[in-house]
Write a protein that binds this ligand. Structure first.
Ligand code: NAD
Length: 427
């Protein structure tokens, strides 16, 4: 296999296989995505010209149920990236014991260059192109980088038009007015927060003496920064795609968020009412943010941020992976040698897909839950699985990441085995 994101992701599988008694057939099945679709999407631009965009949808494994995974709009989207993200979704759904397999989708583009109308036409075109590949009992998309509630609303509407029936359960992360779940927008960060709280209690740490740096100030990053700020943690640095800000005494995250929402720029400010004033801070790059001497580092942007190149310079005591795949497998080894404890993406950011599951259940039942019910259920399930992974890590004396893969592999192994051998003989 050539060196790719997927082959790097597979390293985690190979490592975990050393600790699990699963059949070699199961392991071989999990090394490859079940199906990968590549589509060309024609879009009539506002100026009348025609542009063709490349889109993908990958269903990695459906042994445990219909596949589930977000849709990413980003210039760096490739088939390899989408396959890796679908691989991680497979293990993430198994870690949380959700009745789903893993999938992912994406379109290669810079969404900031498109008007809202162009983005809507592109989204509807993408759904037209993948409509036979998705469905409430087949594969259920959700938001990811640079997609949001609005995009999910368009996706659901377009799919419903194609099917000639209202089909809310085909996507999750929809606006609440279209059948979305309360708490879905904050779910990824909320789940990460519950995992952090449980871990830090074990480590006997006090929020007010704990410094945090967060890379990425989008849906997941800005929300986790705000939750940590509200719980009394000292959030000393945050960043977005253009760079970051650092203040040793801590940043006022609600003020930064207010500024970012109203001006699209990240500025170190303190706001009283609608008046915002700049506070003392240092402008830093994303690379510098990762190397800060903080207690907790939260990568919440993109994959491959901590690699063999910068792994040695990371100084954080703990890393909570809110982004998918921010640490390469080579960097895992470096961080482990340095004694840095990593809490893996397939556990830490699983709150998003867990509440997506709750949304799908509510859509199918037609009965909707309160925010408190959603958050209570999320806290119970993610804390329970975090404790189970912690116990596996202690028992086998392995990292939390390998323990999470072991936990998922046991469940995936049971499901693949229970299906029998038809896949291998009748095709
Ligand atoms: P988003 O589009 O809301 O935000 C992405 C953020 O990353 C933005 O602030 C952007 O400026 C920043 N960014 C982009 N390129 C960057 C770079 N090179 N360096 C630093 N920052 C950069 O996306 P999101 O939904 O918050 O997703 C962020 C991460 O969390 C992704 O890895 C995603 O897969 C993961 N995740 C998201 C969800 C979800 O429900 N949204 C669930 C699980 C995992």
């Amino acid at each position: 296999m050539s060196h790719s994101l997927l082959s790097d992701a597979n390293q985690r599988l190979e490592k975990a296989l050393q600790y699990v008694a699963v059949d070699e057939d199961v392991a071989e099945r999990l090394r490859f995505p079940k199906a990968s679709l590549i589509v060309s999407i024609p879009v009539r631009m506002d100026n009348g010209t025609l542009r063709i965009f490349q889109g993908y949808r990958v269903r990695y494994d459906d042994s445990r149920g219909p596949t589930k995974g977000g849709v990413r709009y980003h210039p760096g989207v490739t088939l390899d990236e989408v396959q890796s993200l679908a691989f991680w979704m497979t293990f993430k759904c198994a870690v949380l014991n959700l009745p789903f397999g893993g999938a992912k989708g994406g379109i290669t583009l810079n969404p900031k260059e498109l008007s809202k109308f162009e983005l809507e036409r592109l989204t509807r075109g993408y759904v037209d192109a993948i409509a036979d590949f998705i469905g409430p009992d087949v594969d259920i998309p959700a938001p990811d980088v640079y997609t949001n509630q609005m995009v999910m609303g368009w996706m659901m509407d377009q799919y419903s038009i194609i099917q000639r029936k209202i089909t809310p359960a085909v996507v999750t992360g929809k606006p609440v007015s279209m059948g979305g779940s309360l708490g879905r927008e904050t779910a990824t960060a909320m789940g990460a927060f519950f995992v952090m709280q449980a871990a830090l209690v074990r480590m006997n740490r006090n929020p007010k003496d704990t410094t945090v740096a967060v890379q990425g100030f989008g849906n997941a990053g800005a929300t986790i920064a705000e939750l940590l700020f509200s719980a009394g943690y000292k959030v000393v640095a945050v960043s977005d795609s253009k760079g970051g800000v650092f203040a040793a005494e801590g940043l006022d995250i609600p003020s930064l968020r207010h500024m970012k929402d109203s001006t699209r720029t990240l500025k170190a400010v303190y706001c009283k009412g609608t008046v915002c004033n700049q506070v003392e801070h240092t402008v830093i790059t994303n690379a510098q943010l990762l190397e800060l001497d903080v207690d907790i580092l939260v990568p919440a942007a993109l994959e491959n941020q901590i690699t063999a190149e910068n792994g040695d310079r990371i100084q954080a005591r703990y890393i909570f992976e809110v982004a998918n795949g921010p640490i390469t497998s080579e960097a895992d080894t470096i961080l482990e040698t340095k004694g840095i404890q990593v809490f893996p993406d397939i556990l830490v950011n699983a709150g998003g897909v867990t509440v997506s599951y709750f949304e799908w259940v509510q859509n199918r039942n037609g009965l909707y839950w309160t925010l408190e019910e959603v958050n209570d259920r999320l806290e119970k399930s993610i804390t329970l699985e975090a404790e189970r992974i912690w116990a596996i890590a202690q028992d086998l004396n392995i990292s939390m990441r390998t323990a999470a893969y072991v936990h998922a592999l046991n469940r995936l192994g049971d499901a693949i085995k229970a299906k029998g051998t038809r896949d291998y003989y009748i095709n």
